[in-house]
Design a protein around this ligand. Structure first.
Ligand code: GDP
Ligand code: IMO
Ligand code: MG
Length: 430
């Protein structure tokens, strides 16, 4: 199989975990390149549900090499917990199938405190983060104050860096009510013990993955979050702090662009978003509620209700462009099974002092985006016939096939996979 990047095309939770799990069968290496345990990737195998946060979804297959790249921010306790939980369920996790980059930045306790505090002071302008310390950790990385996985093997230097950071943080914490100052020694001891537990997995992952490429092994690049949550190409500032788009796979793992054969974008057959920020095709009515209930649209990480709306071609056109998508994967087609009519957003209506106009491209200015209303096209649904559980394209209801073909025609790229249920086997390869 080809080397494929899997990216989310919307605001995350498109079903990337399931698709990565399915494509792992034909790959040798599965590598995560950004994000952290803000991600929640669900894989269902014969009714058994696994939710992965940091470890690539390929871990559930035997004899596959999983990599957590340098672009990922790692909360060591979250990683240790995930490893232990997998082992407890009979999934082996050893150096043979999991490597973590030495260069991956670590989420420290102060990142979590800062994440919560920044959200609190923003009041009604809060981002609605997952509260996992992701933003502050990437901030430290960019400002060159970060602590990396490799630092845990250099105790003297680690303590020096930690003390400098904590001295800074403690000055800030003095202004936050009901928060105790941080104790460098305590955090040092805790993190050194995490380092000992994770030592077997720590690796020069850039070398490992490039060796694998040289040997002709196939690589699956697992993105977290989605295009509209990308720090450059998303609905800034209502985004996460990493490069979730395809380009992030290169810097987040240390590979060159020529090793990539295909870029597949995963899109739900409708749209969801969790957290704050603009969402032009959001449905605040019974239809939105029914998508949420039927689609079980509650976050895999925080349990928050996901906001739901119709499929948005303005969003998807943007995702095709900025990721250079070569194929699309449509998930959760089955959730539309009971719909009499299905709408798709084909443009945005925007009115300003120059009058009303229709935008075809995703606007970058937040006030413009917030002022946009969706322009819909309505199509017949396939109510009374089911796509749920269908495993061959020919057996899909005619109108469901028409919906898939509408997506292809509008976006100008093929739909290569259709997912028709939660389970690993509810999938159609075209
Ligand atoms: P990810 O973050 O992109 O991996 O997606 P999540 O796991 O957060 O959310 C996707 C949800 O949809 C999970 O509960 C999946 O089990 C579920 N899912 C994925 N594909 C399908 C599908 O085709 N049909 C249905 N009904 N559920 C799906
Ligand atoms: P997966 O990989 C959906 C959202 C948060 C918030 C914003 C910033 O499962 O698709 P952060 O904690 O990253 O600073 O929060 O990003 N967010 C996600 N939404 N799926 C995710 O991951 C997300 N990871 C972050 O809700 O709006
Ligand atoms: Mg998710």
């Amino acid at each position: 199989m080809a080397n494929i990047i899997i990216v989310g095309t919307q605001w995350g939770d498109e079903g990337k975990g399931k698709i990565v799990d399915c494509l792992t069968e034909k790959s040798n290496v599965v590598a995560r390149y950004q994000g952290g345990h803000n991600a929640g990737h669900t894989v269902v195998i014969g009714g058994d549900k696994f939710i992965l946060h940091l470890i690539p979804s390929g871990i559930l297959h035997k004899d596959k090499q999983c990599i957590i790249g340098n672009g990922v921010v790692v909360d060591p306790l979250a990683l240790i917990t995930e490893i232990e939980q997998l082992k407890a369920r009979g999934v082996p996790v050893t150096r043979d199938n999991l490597r973590v980059s030495k260069n991956a930045h670590l989420i420290m306790p102060y990142h979590v405190i800062l994440d919560g505090w920044k959200e609190k002071v923003k009041g009604n302008k809060k981002i609605g983060t997952t509260g996992r310390g992701i933003g502050p950790c990437y901030t430290d990385k960019a400002s060159r104050a970060g602590i990396r996985m490799l630092d845990l093997s250099w105790p003297i230097q680690f303590k020096e860096k930690l003390r400098a950071n904590i001295d800074d943080i403690n000055c800030m914490l003095e202004q936050i009510p009901n928060v105790d100052k941080l104790d460098t020694d305590k955090i040092y001891d805790t993190y050194i013990s995490y380092g000992e537990k994770l030592a077997p997995y720590v690796d020069d992952t850039d070398i490992t993955i490039n060796e694998a490429i040289k040997q002709g092994k196939t690589i699956l690049f697992e993105g977290a979050q989605g295009t509209l949550l990308d720090v450059d190409h998303g609905t800034y500032p209502y985004v996460t702090s990493s490069s979730a788009t395809a380009g992030g796979a290169m810097t987040g793992l240390g590979v060159g662009p020529k090793c990539v054969d295909e870029v597949y974008g995963v899109a739900k057959a409708y749209t969801t978003r969790v957290g704050e920020g603009p969402f032009p095709s959001e449905l605040l009515d019974n239809t939105g509620e029914s998508l949420r209930e039927k689609g079980a649209e509650y976050g895999a990480t925080t349990g928050r209700a996901r906001r739901c709306g119709w499929l948005d071609f303005v969003v998807l056109r943007h995702a095709v462009r900025v990721n250079g998508l070569t194929g699309l994967v449509i998930t959760k087609l089955d959730i539309l099974d009971d719909m009499e009519k299905i709408k798709v957003c084909v443009g945005y209506k925007y009115t300003d002092k120059n009058g009303e106009r229709q935008l075809k491209d995703f606007p970058k200015e937040l006030p413009v985006l917030e002022g946009c209303s969706p322009v819909y096209e309505e199509h017949d649904g396939w109510k009374g016939e089911a796509s749920a559980g269908v495993r061959s394209y020919d057996k899909l209801p005619k109108k469901a096939k028409a919906y898939i073909e509408l997506i292809e025609k509008t976006l100008g790229i093929p739909v290569v996979i259709v997912s028709t249920g939660q389970d690993r086997d509810d999938i159609i390869y075209r």
